[in-house]
Design a protein around this ligand. Sequence first.
Ligand SMILES: Nc1nc2c(c(=O)[nH]1)N[C@H]1C(S)=C(S)[C@@H](COP(=O)(O)O)O[C@H]1N2
Ligand SMILES: [Mo]
Length: 172
Amino acid sequence: MNTYQKALISVFLSLPCLILTFSVHADTRSKPTPVLQVYQSSDQPTRSTRLASEWDMSGLKALPQRSFTTHTPWYQQPVTFTGPLVRDVLNASKVSGVTITAMALDEYKSRIPLSDVNKFDVILAHSINGEPLNPKNKGPLFIVYPFDSKKQLQSVLYYQRSVWQLKSLTVE
Ligand SMILES: Nc1nc2c(c(=O)[nH]1)N[C@H]1C(S)=C(S)[C@@H](COP(=O)(O)O)O[C@H]1N2
Ligand SMILES: [Mo]
């Protein structure tokens, strides 16, 4: 077997591997990973919950973005958070009600009056100081109130509504 034949055989042998690699990449491109589910819950006529919308990061970044710098109980220095307003995410999901149940990846759960997100510019932060929030540390999404904008917000009541590693919002 000469060098040319050997090269030809090795190309043929690596072909399935190449095809697989490219198709896997194509697949992740066409199906972005969902990072947030929004559910509509209802008591009428019977208790039921339906998926209203599912978001990937690019969908959340396509909404108008808000940034603010604030002190928090979680970081020593003031930090800058960026993300869409929670009310924009809910409006785009066409959900309605009076209470939001925010559920985190660690199964932490918090009930947030829906009026909060209309009264305050609460965001779904995906970035901190311009860097993506790491899923190992409060990411990929973190409900953040603009704590420094109102004295009232600097309390445990609002800190416990600040759910990190958020996975879903259920409105009822
Ligand atoms: N995902 C997630 N978010 C969470 C929590 C949690 O355990 N998991 N704790 C909440 C509570 S009870 C409070 S008071 C604040 C502050 O928590 P820390 O003082 O433990 O940082 O974060 C809130 N967000
Ligand atoms: Mo808490």
